[in-house]
Design a binder for this molecule. Structure first.
Ligand code: ZN
Ligand code: FE
Length: 256
C-alpha cells in the first residue's frame, strides 16, 4: 500500500486538476486535466513523470488536456467504460467494482451516473481520497445533464457511505455559492452555518476550500441530506420520497 501525495492545480475559471504521486514507485497521474500546460508545469517543478490520466467523465473541462498529455508523456488514459467513445485517447476502460493501481496505490472505481450517463469516481481508501469529478461538490452536487434524479440520488448515497474521513477532491471550486444555497434550504443546521462562515472567510482571502471531509458533507450538504425530514419540510414535501426531495432541491439550485 502507498499513501499518495496529492497536488492541487487550479485551471480555467474554477476547475481543479489533481496530480497524484505514489512516492514508493514514482507513478504519477493527473485527474481530469482540462488543459495540459499547467499539468506539465506542475510535473516539471517536481521532477515527476506522468504515467496516467484519470477521467471521471467526458466533459471538455475534464478531458481537454488528454491528447496533449498523452503525446508529451508516456501516459495512458483511464476512463469510464460506459462512456469510452467520448473519452479522447482512452486506453483502459473501468467501471463499478474495478480496481486500478497507480504504483502501490489502489483505486476502487464507483459508477456514479447522473451528471452524465457514464460518470465514475476513483476512491483510494489507503489515502482516504475520493476523486468524484462533477458528481459530489462541497455542499453541492453536479447538474443533471444526462441522468435522472433517481440515478443521481443513488450515486450520491453510495458516495455518502464511504468512510467519514475520506477527503473529497471534487473538480470545481463551487463551495461558496453552494453554501449560500444550502443555508437557504437548511437554515437551522448549526454545522452548516459554521461551515458556511469558514468558507466565506476562505474565499474572501482567495483560499481554496477543496478538499473537504466526507463526514462534513454528510452533516452539511443538502443533496446528501434529501432523506432528512428537515430538508423535505424546507421544500414543502413533508413525508415525500427522498428522490422527490432531491429532485426539488436540484431544481431550486438550478434556478438559484
Ligand atoms: Zn461536468
Ligand atoms: Fe466540470
Amino acid at each position: 500500500m502507498s499513501v499518495l501525495e496529492i497536488v492541487r492545480i487550479p485551471v480555467l475559471r474554477d476547475n481543479y486538476v489533481w496530480l497524484l504521486h505514489c512516492p514508493a514507485t514514482g507513478a504519477t497521474a493527473a485527474v481530469d486535466p482540462a488543459v495540459a500546460e499547467p499539468v506539465d508545469r506542475a510535473l516539471a517543478a517536481r521532477g515527476w513523470a506522468l504515467s496516467a490520466v484519470l477521467n471521471t467523465h467526458h466533459h471538455a473541462d475534464h478531458v481537454g488536456g488528454n491528447l496533449a498529455l498523452k503525446r508529451r508523456h508516456d501516459a495512458i488514459v483511464v476512463g469510464p467504460a460506459a462512456d469510452a467513445d467520448r473519452i479522447p485517447g482512452i486506453d483502459v476502460k473501468v467501471g463499478e467494482g474495478d480496481t486500478w493501481s497507480l504504483g502501490d496505490a489502489t483505486a476502487h472505481v464507483l459508477f456514479v451516473p447522473g451528471h452524465t450517463r457514464g460518470h465514475i469516481a476513483f476512491h483510494f481508501p489507503e489515502s482516504a481520497a475520493l476523486f468524484c469529478g462533477d458528481t459530489l461538490f462541497l455542499m453541492g452536487c453536479g447538474r443533471l445533464f444526462e441522468g435522472t434524479p433517481a440515478q443521481m440520488w443513488d450515486s450520491l448515497r453510495r458516495l455518502r457511505a464511504l468512510p467519514g474521513d475520506s477527503r473529497v477532491f471534487c473538480a470545481h471550486e463551487y463551495t461558496r455559492s453552494n453554501a449560500r444555497f444550502a443555508i437557504q434550504v437548511d437554515p437551522h443546521n448549526d454545522a452548516l452555518r459554521r461551515r458556511a462562515e469558514e468558507v466565506e472567510r476562505a474565499r474572501r482571502h482567495g483560499h481554496p476550500t477543496v478538499p473537504g471531509r466526507l463526514d462534513e458533507e454528510r452533516a452539511t450538504n443538502p443533496f446528501l441530506r434529501a432523506d432528512q425530514p428537515a430538508l423535505a419540510h424546507a421544500v414543502g414535501l413533508d413525508g415525500a420520497d427522498p428522490v422527490e426531495v432531491f429532485a426539488e432541491l436540484r431544481r431550486r439550485k438550478d434556478n438559484f
